[in-house]
Design a protein around this ligand. Sequence first.
Ligand SMILES: [Zn+2]
Length: 132
Amino acid sequence: MAKQTAPNELETESWQQEREDLWIERHSVNCYYCNGLVDERHCLPADNYNNNDGGDICPACQKTHTKITDVVVHDDGSVVAFTLQSTAAQDWISENTHTESWQWMGRHTLVVDARFAEGLAEGMCEAGLTLN
Ligand SMILES: [Zn+2]
């Protein structure tokens, strides 16, 4: 089988050189974490990392920073505890559920009957929250 020819590296580089101003003008953003000038098309919204503080996160920082898990689920059999780690999760709960004060362990952990846990988890997933 014929080996595919690798693209000429020099050519690629000079092409990038030529286009450098263009991407800076159109797509550059400063990374929320390292403040480096990066191409927004390589970035992710930093909201999932900095608890909705806005901005973008560059690929390098995506490796060194951990995504916030919105909700940590602890299944205890008869009851399930949902620990809300992000403001997005807290907002979702207050907007979409009616909770009683006795269901809360501390300020961020909501304990629900196992029968209701599945529906609650589904709703959270549908809202784009990450659970684990
Ligand atoms: Zn960065």
